[in-house]
Design a protein around this ligand. Structure first.
Ligand code: CA
Ligand code: CA
Length: 94
């Protein structure tokens, strides 16, 4: 039982340390204070809206982007582009 518990503790600890390492890359001093709600760059509206028109269209998204599968569902008004509110809805689908 003791060995099993120890093994379990190691298995739990490994992914956490890997994630901490990746997150801290280049931001080691701030990693502990980084807000958990910061979106990944690939899911950040401002990064994806490269032409800064306030909307994300399919062509703004790189090939294979996870948002593409949900784009038409998130586009509630059917104008083929996502505003910030619609993009927030899309993020909840991922
Ligand atoms: Ca745009
Ligand atoms: Ca729309």
């Amino acid at each position: 039982m003791t060995i099993r518990t120890l093994l379990l503790a190691v298995l739990v600890a490994i992914p956490a340390s890997v994630a901490a390492h990746d997150h801290g890359k280049g931001h080691a001093a701030h990693a502990a204070h980084a807000p958990a709600t910061t979106p990944a760059p690939a899911l950040d509206f401002d990064r994806l809206d490269t032409d800064r028109d306030g909307f994300i269209v399919v062509s703004d998204l790189p090939a294979g982007h996870p948002a593409l599968a949900h784009f038409s569902m998130a586009d509630r008004d059917g104008d083929k582009r996502l505003d910030r509110d619609e993009f927030a809805v899309l993020l909840k689908m991922l």
